[in-house]
Ligand binder design. Structure first.
Ligand code: C2O
Ligand code: CU
Ligand code: CU
Length: 422
C-alpha cells in the first residue's frame, strides 16, 4: 500500500524473478517489485504526481485505467517510455471513492507485459466514503483480490506464447494477487473484497460454495446507491467490483470458499474469532448515482460496431491505426454511444468494451434497463454477441483517449480506436 501525504508516488516498471512455485524462480515483470504492483491510495481533491520510470529493457507506458485524467497523462499507446525514461504525470483527483487500476499500453506488447505481471491497483478515497462505516482496514477486513489465469511450462516458467489461444491467453493456473492456491484469513465480521478481473481474456463468475448471497457495493468507478444482494457476479477482463461477505454467521469449521462457475474453487476462507475496529453493522445509502431524464432523451451520436474473433477483430470494420482519430467529442459534453456487438456465423462472443479517461453510465442494454448491479459508474462493460448497449459518455478533460475491447489480445489485434476530446 502506497500512501503519500504530499501526493508524490514513484512507480517503476521493472523486471525480476518471482518464486510463484516454491523453490522455483521464473522471470516476471512488476511495479516497484517483481510481480504486480503496489496499491496506490489517492484522495479526491488531492494533487497527485506519479513519477513513472521504465526500468524494463523494452518500451512501455503507464496507463491509469478508470482515472479521470487529462489525455497527455493517460498513458495510452502514444506515451511510450523508452528503457530508462522517466515521466512525471500530474493531475488533480476529480472522482470519488473507487477501485481503479493501472497497467501498460504499448502497441503490440500490452498483452504480454500485463501477462508478465504489470498491473497494480489505485484506491480513490473521499470524505463521504469514510463516513459510510464500510470495512476499510487494509489487509484486515478490506482486501484487494487480483484474479489472473496464467500458464507455466514444464519447468514452471511463466509462458505467454504457450497460453495463447485463438481469442487470447488462457491459463490453467489461477493466481490471486500473484499467489497460487491462496487462502484468506478473515474475522467473524463483514469483509470487503475488491475484485479485479486482471486476466487478459478469461471471464469469472464469482459465487460462494455455500450458495449464500453476498452484497455488491461498488462497480468499476464507485459505489452503487445501495448494496445489491447477489448470488453470483460476473466480471470480464478489466472490470472491478467491491463485495461484502458477512462472515459473522459462520464459524471456524465452516467450509466456505469463493468459487468460479463450473464449481471451480478459487479461494477458501479461513475464519478466525476476531473482529477489527472498523467492523460494521448495517450498510446504508452509499451513493446518489442517477441517470437523468435529459441523458435518457439525448439522441445517439456515436455508433460503434464490434465484430469478429481471433485475429480478425474490428470496430466499425476497422483495425487500430495510431494515426487515425475515429471520433471527436467536446470536453464536458455528454454524448450517447451506441455499441452493437455484431454476431458472426459462429454466433460471436462477449467483448468487454472499455473507454479511457472517463466513467460512463449504462443507459440500456437491448433497450432495457441494465441490471441493478450495473446502475453505477462503469469504465468497462461486457457486451454479449447480438447485444446493443447505450452509454452516456462525458469526458472532463481534453486529449486523445483509446476505446477498445479489454480482451488484451483483441486490443492487440486492432480492436481499438481513438476519440479526440477538444
Ligand atoms: Cu485497462 Cu486501455 O485499458
Ligand atoms: Cu483504460
Ligand atoms: Cu473482444
Amino acid at each position: 500500500l502506497l500512501e503519500a501525504k504530499d501526493g508524490i508516488f514513484t512507480i517503476t516498471a521493472q523486471q525480476g524473478t518471482s518464486e510463484i512455485f516454491k523453490g522455483i524462480n521464473t522471470e516476471t515483470y512488476g511495479y516497484n517489485g517483481s510481480y504486480l504492483g503496489p496499491v496506490i491510495k489517492i484522495n479526491e481533491g488531492q494533487k497527485v504526481t506519479f513519477k513513472t520510470n521504465n526500468q524494463l529493457s523494452e518500451p512501455t507506458t503507464f496507463h491509469w485505467h478508470g482515472v479521470d485524467i487529462p489525455g497527455e497523462g493517460d498513458g495510452g499507446p502514444h506515451h511510450l517510455l523508452q528503457p530508462g525514461d522517466t515521466k512525471n504525470v500530474k493531475f488533480t483527483v476529480k472522482q470519488g471513492a473507487s477501485t481503479l487500476w493501472f497497467h501498460p499500453h504499448p502497441v503490440g506488447a500490452t498483452a504480454e507485459q500485463v501477462y508478465k505481471g504489470l498491473a497494480g491497483l489505485i484506491y480513490v478515497e473521499d470524505e463521504h466514503s469514510k463516513k459510510l462505516g464500510l470495512p476499510s482496514e487494509y489487509g484486515v477486513n478490506d482486501f484487494p483480490l487480483v484474479f489472473q489465469d496464467r500458464k507455466f511450462d514444464d519447468n514452471k516458467q511463466l509462458n505467454f506464447k504457450a497460453a495463447m489461444n485463438e481469442d487470447g491467453t488462457i491459463g490453467d493456473t489461477l493466481l490471486i494477487n500473484g499467489t497460487v492456491n491462496p487462502k484468506l484469513t478473515v474475522g467473524k465480521e463483514k469483509v470487503r473484497l475488491r475484485l479485479l478481473n486482471g486476466s487478459n481474456a478469461r471471464n469469472y463468475t464469482f459465487k460462494l460454495n455455500t450458495g449464500d448471497s453476498f452484497q455488491q457495493i461498488a462497480t468499476d468507478g464507485g459505489f452503487l446507491n445501495k448494496p445489491i444482494s447477489m448470488n453470483e457476479l460476473s466480471l470480464t477482463p478489466g472490470e472491478r467490483a467491491e463485495i461484502i461477505i458477512d462472515f459473522s454467521k459462520y464459524n471456524k469449521s465452516t467450509d466456505i470458499s469463493l468459487m468460479n462457475e463450473e464449481d471451480i474453487k478459487l479461494m477458501p476462507f479461513n475464519i478466525v474469532d476476531k473482529k477489527s475496529e472498523t467492523s460494521s453493522d448495517s450498510l446504508k445509502n452509499l451513493n446518489n448515482y442517477v441517470v437523468t431524464d435529459e441523458e435518457r432523451k439525448l439522441p445517439v451520436s456515436k455508433k460503434l460496431e464490434l465484430f469478429g474473433m481471433g485475429k480478425m477483430v474490428t470496430i466499425n470494420n476497422k483495425q487500430f491505426d495510431m494515426n487515425r482519430i475515429d471520433f471527436t467529442q467536446k470536453q464536458g459534453e455528454t454524448e450517447i454511444w451506441e455499441i452493437y456487438n455484431k454476431p458472426d456465423m459462429m454466433g460471436g462472443m462477449t467483448h468487454p468494451f472499455h473507454i479511457h479517461g472517463t466513467q460512463f453510465k449504462i443507459l440500456s442494454i437491448d433497450g432495457k434497463e441494465p441490471p441493478t448491479n450495473e446502475y453505477g459508474w462503469k469504465d468497462t462493460v461486457a457486451i454479449d454477441a447480438g447485444e446493443t448497449v447505450r452509454l452516456a459518455v462525458k469526458f472532463n478533460n481534453k486529449g486523445i483517449y483509446m476505446f477498445h475491447c479489454h480482451i488484451l489480445e483483441h486490443e492487440e489485434n486492432g480492436m481499438m480506436g481513438q476519440v479526440k476530446v477538444e
